[in-house]
Design a protein around this ligand. Structure first.
Ligand code: NAI
Length: 327
């Protein structure tokens, strides 16, 4: 039997948390032979703490063989203690009349504190994946607080956009989802992100050729992927939760499975025309469990470059708003 790993989840009693923790405990994220201890963080307030207890009761009632223990807490230093994976889902939703800049700053404070706590108490091999929005900027803030853990340990999730983009292409082409490959997400997890259909493949052939409708790809497909989150809110009255949890399962499972090629938001290091030091979605290949390299070989045409410039501008603007929060 393998040694159990410690997996910290923040916002564990929230919508995504509720759709997520059962899948982690069942072995979908780290494998059916990997025992684990869940360390669940919620804000130290009666309501969320009580809800967290309820989630833990249900986890117990599932009798998952892999779930060896649970820690329920309102203290980040307890939640991240010796954690091998820190999944940062919890953040503050945008309130009525709240400006985006206020949201950035309010959430930024959470990620300063959590970045510091992770750096202080998490395991030496800790990996951090951020879902809480604005996730690209939140992960940059958390990473900037870390003195012990290197920036490559911090990723943010653009996998939901990749999954949405693949599903939409498959539907348009009338093929099974497995036929769609090489669709990577560049930039911010926001409507400005660029789902790079120019290198995507359907059944091994260029997607643009198979679809045969460039105008649709540029003017309907891209906005549809970018605004899919808003469309789900409009239909469901709540933001994507099950699909977001599913995307995080994919994100982490692919980051721990050698050879997987997928999209993740990582420290750009100036690649693909992004500003140095912003966290931007791009294609990565997992080289060892939890370790990846950025795939740098894709040549971008003028259209792709213009889309990347747009999403880069947004990332740079977000960084400017939180510049006082960067450690
Ligand atoms: P939610 O509001 O249902 O749950 C968030 C939970 O986080 C709440 O239970 C809250 O008490 C908790 N929380 C807030 N601050 C916390 C802190 N400092 N420490 C620990 N817990 C804290 O929201 P939901 O639907 O679960 O979404 C969570 C986040 O994920 C949101 O920011 C949302 O915008 C984002 N999201 C990101 C996606 C992506 O693709 N990157 C996709 C969908 C949502």
């Amino acid at each position: 039997m393998k040694k159990p790993i410690r997996v910290a989840v923040t916002g564990a009693a929230g919508n995504i948390g509720y759709a997520l923790v059962f899948r982690i405990a069942s072995g979908e994220m780290f494998g059916k032979d990997q025992p684990l201890i869940l360390q669940l963080l919620e804000i130290p307030v009666e309501g969320p703490q009580k809800a967290l207890k309820g989630v833990a009761m249900e986890l117990e009632d599932c009798a998952f063989p892999l779930l060896q223990d649970m820690v329920l807490t309102g203290d980040a230093n307890v939640a991240f203690k010796d954690a091998n994976w820190c999944l940062l889902v919890g953040s503050k939703p945008r309130g009525p009349g709240m400006e985006r800049a206020d949201l950035l700053k309010d959430n930024g404070k959470i990620f300063i504190a959590q970045g510091q706590a992770i750096d202080a108490v998490a395991a030496d091999d800790a990996r951090v994946a951020v879902v809480g929005n604005p996730c690209n900027t939140n992960v940059m803030i958390a990473a900037s607080q870390a003195k012990r853990l290197t920036a490559d340990r911090f990723t943010a999730m653009v996998r939901l956009d990749e999954n949405r983009g693949r599903a939409l292409l498959a539907r348009k082409a009338g093929v099974a989802i497995d036929e769609v490959s090489d669709l990577f997400i560049y930039g911010n997890h926001s409507p400005t992100m660029f789902a790079d259909f120019t290198h995507a493949k359907i059944g091994g052939k260029a997607a643009a050729e198979v679809i045969g409708d460039e105008a649709w790809l540029k003017t309907e497909y891209l906005p549809a992927v970018g605004k899919r989150g808003a469309a789900v809110i409009e239909a469901r009255g709540q933001s994507s939760a099950a699909s977001a949890a599913n995307a995080l399962v994919d994100h982490v499972r692919d980051l721990t499975t050698v050879g997987q090629v997928h999209s993740a938001a990582v420290n750009s290091e100036g690649r693909y025309g992004f500003a140095e030091g912003v966290w931007a979605g791009m294609p990565v290949r997992t080289t060892a469990p939890g370790t990846y390299e950025v795939i740098t070989g894709f040549e971008m045409d003028a259209f792709a470059k213009s889309k990347i410039a747009l999403t880069n501008d947004e990332l740079v603007g977000e960084r400017e708003t939180v510049k006082d929060m960067l450690g």
